[in-house]
Design a protein around this ligand. Structure first.
Ligand SMILES: CC(=O)N[C@H]1[C@@H](OP(=O)(O)OP(=O)(O)OC[C@H]2O[C@@H](n3ccc(=O)[nH]c3=O)[C@H](O)[C@@H]2O)O[C@H](CO)[C@@H](O)[C@@H]1O[C@H](C)C(=O)N[C@@H](C)C(=O)N[C@H](CCC(=O)O)C(=O)O
Ligand SMILES: Nc1ncnc2c1ncn2[C@@H]1O[C@H](COP(=O)(O)OP(=O)(O)OP(=O)(O)O)[C@@H](O)[C@H]1O
Ligand SMILES: N[C@H](CCC[C@H](N)C(=O)O)C(=O)O
Ligand SMILES: [Mg+2]
Length: 495
């Protein structure tokens, strides 16, 4: 409970002013009129489908006593007992209010942005902190994880009201260190504006979400907000030097006086010098702040080594002991659904599940797995409905270029016709490659076909796109579906 005047005082940086006609004690905040209760403040924001302003009367009917709205919005006549707060940027203001209202957040917070590798990096950062004896948590696509509290995710970056309620719970339970994914939607919609950040990492930028962002430049600018606006000038940026966006971020950070650290094969503070595959992962030689270390990372793929360095960078940037943090990389476990070995076919062929649902990710994971498939590399994948359509032909081209057999199937069709999504994937496949592909309606059937194509222990099946997901959304209904479980069931049945 907090008085409205106090909430406004604590968050007054976007320029709303004026004397309040009343000063209600607020019972809660909401961005959704349907969740308004007596004593609530309703933030009416314009969205991509609806305009929150048209739900003000609904919120008031449910008991809202205060409305936060943009300056220029015309509202219907309201009861004089309702306080209307105007702000130039209500999305930012409600995020700041959510933080103030919840009161507590873990003392040390690091955010991770980039097209690929965010979930893996926050998962790794939590592991490294925990190895240092710190009470750590992660928030993102996989949900919220800490020693004492976990919950499935709705969004990669939750809405600010939910987020701050959860962060306050974590902080009350003693969590001091938090790694959180910053999605481009989340950054663009100011969901993260109330966080007190100590560090921020950038992994890479490739094509994604061009249904939402008007261009790659706009997509980059959404991500760059993390460094240009959210990370305070006493924070540390940890940026992948192997990304072609590193120079632009360096410029932003230097302008703001932010400490700028880089990682990767071209990294300055966290440099990967050597990377050799081993039976169980890879042997790395790295240089961290001028000192050389050798470690056995129990994960395959150069991209996982890169994500591990990003996590290491965040831990060290926020005061973690370098030597102990480096040695904890030797006990990293992969993030669920990321290059996860889930089953073995009766032929001995391994079956992997991976969350590659973007062109660059699919290319990376197929290239990573190629050396492990001395025989045939088989991939089963589809594309999600109601998402960036431009990805579809690109992924069809990549799969058929890098795999020996591609089975095109359904991901989460959502409101789209599965056959139409598959047709867009097929459009990207050159005619001469059509002999090395099949189209299979129904993901379960496609996985069965993928398994049936395995002939020896030298073959390998990759099921891409849904990773850790435990449901498949068809129309408006989410049906239980778990790639790993289905693969195990079917591989078992085949043996
Ligand atoms: C495109 C997008 O990001 N939409 C998010 C956005 O919704 P919006 O502002 O567009 O909502 P809208 O439907 O237009 O409605 C406008 C406003 O009216 C309100 N409303 C609506 C109806 C009503 O009866 N009463 C009412 O008050 C809504 O609560 C909203 O505040 O803000 C909502 C509240 O925070 C989110 O739930 C919603 O996420 C939708 C469900 C979504 O699917 N988002 C995905 C694309 C997303 O955000 N993904 C990213 C990236 C994933 C990744 O790459 O990892 C993520 O962070 O998960
Ligand atoms: N650093 C990387 N470079 C290229 N591809 C990567 C990298 N890290 C992960 N991937 C690929 O992207 C997939 C998703 O990885 P991860 O979940 O860590 O990324 P994310 O950024 O959180 O994705 P999302 O935005 O979908 O939540 C992995 O399964 C893998 O195929
Ligand atoms: N956070 C991502 C997840 C996509 C996962 C993929 N399986 C799909 O459904 O497209 C999104 O909402 O765009
Ligand atoms: Mg993620």
């Amino acid at each position: 409970m907090l008085r409205l005047s106090e909430l406004m005082r604590q968050t007054a940086d976007t320029g709303s002013g004026g004397v309040l006609p009343h000063d209600p004690v607020l019972a809660g905040l909401t961005l959704d009129s349907r969740k308004a209760q007596p004593g609530y403040l309703f933030a009416a924001v314009a969205g991509s489908h609806a305009d929150g302003a048209s739900f003000v009367a609904d919120a008031v009917k449910r008991g809202a006593v205060a409305i936060l709205v943009a300056r220029d919005v015309v509202l219907p006549a309201l009861d004089p007992g309702i306080v209307v707060v105007r702000d130039a940027n209500p999305r930012r203001r409600i995020a700041l209010m959510a933080a103030a209202f919840a009161g507590l957040q873990p003392a040390t917070i690091a955010a991770v942005t980039g097209t690929n590798g965010k979930s893996s990096t926050v998962h790794f950062a939590r592991h490294i902190w925990a190895s240092l004896g710190l009470n750590a948590a992660s928030v993102g696509t996989l949900g919220i994880f800490s020693a004492g509290f976990s919950r499935d995710a709705g969004l990669t970056t939750p809405d600010p009201i939910q987020l701050h309620a959860d962060l306050a719970t974590l902080a009350r339970e003693g969590v001091t260190h938090l790694a959180i994914e910053a999605s481009s939607h989340g950054l663009d919609q100011h969901r993260l504006d109330g966080l007190r950040l100590a560090a921020a990492a950038f992994t890479n930028l490739t094509r994604e979400h061009l249904d939402y962002h008007p261009s790659m430049q706009a997509y980059f600018e959404a991500k760059a907000r993390l460094f240009g606006q959210l990370l305070p000038s006493d924070g540390t940026a940890v940026v992948n030097a192997d990304s072609d966006r590193a120079a632009a971020l360096a410029e932003i950070c230097h302008r703001r006086g932010i400490r700028f650290w880089t990682y990767g094969t071209q990294g300055r503070e966290f440099r990967l010098l050597r990377d050799e595959p081993t039976a169980t992962g890879q042997h790395l030689e790295i240089e961290v702040l001028g000192t050389r270390y050798e470690i056995d990372l129990p994960l395959v793929g150069a991209f996982q080594a890169s994500n591990a360095l990003a996590a290491l960078g965040l831990v060290v940037a926020t005061g973690g002991d370098v030597t102990r943090a480096v040695s904890s990389l030797g006990t990293l476990s992969g993030a669920p659904g990321r290059l996860q070995l889930v089953a073995r076919h009766r032929s001995g062929a391994p079956v992997y599940v991976d969350y590659a649902h973007k062109p660059e990710a699919l290319e990376t994971v197929l290239r990573t797995l190629r050396p492990f498939a001395k025989g045939r590399l088989v991939v089963v994948f589809g594309c999600g409905g109601d998402r960036d359509r431009g990805k579809r032909p690109l992924m069809g081209e990549i799969a058929t270029r890098l795999a020996d057999l591609t089975i095109v199937t359904d991901d989460n069709p959502r409101s789209e016709q599965p056959v139409a999504i598959r047709a867009e994937i097929l459009r990207g496949i050159p005619p001469e490659r059509k002999n090395w592909m099949e189209e299979s309606a129904g993901r379960r059937e496609a996985i069965a076909e993928g398994l049936a194509a395995l002939r020896s222990a030298e073959d390998l099946l990759l099921i891409a796109g849904k990773g850790h997901e435990t449901g498949q959304t068809i129309g408006a209904v989410k049906h239980p579906f778990d790639d790993a479980q289905v693969a195990r069931e079917l591989a078992g049945a085949a043996s």
